[in-house]
Design a protein around this ligand. Sequence first.
Ligand SMILES: Cc1ncc(COP(=O)(O)O)c(C=O)c1O
Length: 502
Amino acid sequence: MPEPAGRASSAPLVGGSAEPTLRELSAPGRRAWSLPDLDVPERPLDLPELSAEPVPLPEVAERDLVAHFTRLAHRNFAVDLGAYPLGSCTMKYNPKVCDWAAEHPGFRDLHPQTPAEFSQGSLAVMLEAEEILCALTGMTRATFQPAAGAAGELTGLLLMRAYHEARGRHPTTVLIPDTAHGTNPASVTLSGYTVRHVASDDRGMVDLEQLRAATDDDVAGLMLTNPNTLGVFEHDIVEMARLIHDVDGLVYYDGANLNAILGVARPGDMGFDIVHSNLHKTFATPHGGGGPGAGPVAVVDRLVEFLPGPMPTRTDSGLAWVMPERSIGRVHGNHGNFLVVLRALTYMLALGGPGLRRVAERSVLNARYLAAMLGDDFRPGYPGPCMHEFVVSVAALKRRTGVRAMDVAKALLDRGFHAPTVYFPLVVEEALMIEPTETESPETMEALAAALNEIAAAAVTDPLVVQTAPHHTPVSRPDEALAARHPVLTWDMPAFDHRDAP
Ligand SMILES: Cc1ncc(COP(=O)(O)O)c(C=O)c1O
């Protein structure tokens, strides 16, 4: 029998929030699960680690639990609700057929440590996804262990180090253009290398002369985001790769933006040695964000022996887990987020080769269509046509009205769109970075352009309304820096006063 509903509707307000915590919904004896009666003899567990006392967890009936999380979900924006034109770390609509595949009990309920002889189908999923990814990137082999894009970057840099050390070399520096994604320099630092920045030129591309001047024997490699975070396809890639290879360095492709070139161009053909891709941006899976996603890393021949392992491999007796000869070891407790890989494979197979190419064509078309419909208050951050995303500056609007990029982004929330990325990349003043993605219709592009133009007009007639937006969301302007610096992660923390924080 399901437990009766709790006191959700009469729960008191906490910290100005209308949603009670699970602790407040808790009532002794309520459960969100039921187990069948024990039909084997009861035996105490002889584990010294076990607490003699029950852990004081909230006790909540299933009905209240579902209502609680559903109410919270309704207070949030989501890819299933509307367009999410967040530049760079884009979320796009994830087709439901991918979830259907991931819900198959044979995949869903499989323990990650099941021996290979009992999980041949899952190894085949990993191998097929790998082969398609390698075909699309022009690489030899790939690992799906990294749980997110940034984890893929760290893995790629560890591969870079292993490669140099195997050759008796110990360069210390990695080159990063100023139009790179922010995680690139962070990953370089985390991997123990030092960042050397390379400026971009007035095309929004890497300045080749600057790159030449920055390249010496101490360079372990170059990390290039392409298309870069201005949404521009770098013109001088072949020459850049030659410069880096000439000093024995490796060229790394931040392929989070692979959706812009899928089926049209391959990093392997351009001279890259290592490519990470973000399954969420290109192959429509939930975003990793450091967590339950996937940022696979694909490499050329000479780096295969260093890949994390074990890797699914064809042998005479079927598929087996094999550790590459000079592997850097594991970068994940198991084989990565398998159900995310399965979703990505479903997406790849559902679209097929021509469909994947259309992803690239439509992502670029949507971005260019949207950019063309924006008024003069949204000034392009650089000359030339964009790829899958573009950056505009509202610096002139700010000077005229006081309305900033952040205000424009917040005002968009009132109009049913997720906010674009703001103040990034740093090379554009008052930047709005917009990636509509290929999943949105022309009508959505037109509505989004109309909303942005309307906000710019409102900034002139009534700047205060824009500066205090959003007005129709459950929460208006939370202190985002405070949330990041002093996260309140436990249920009994509402009493916490951030002014006491260190
Ligand atoms: C160009 C680029 N590189 C790296 C990342 C980092 O990926 P993740 O957020 O999955 O760690 C992103 C974010 O999606 C990105 O857009």
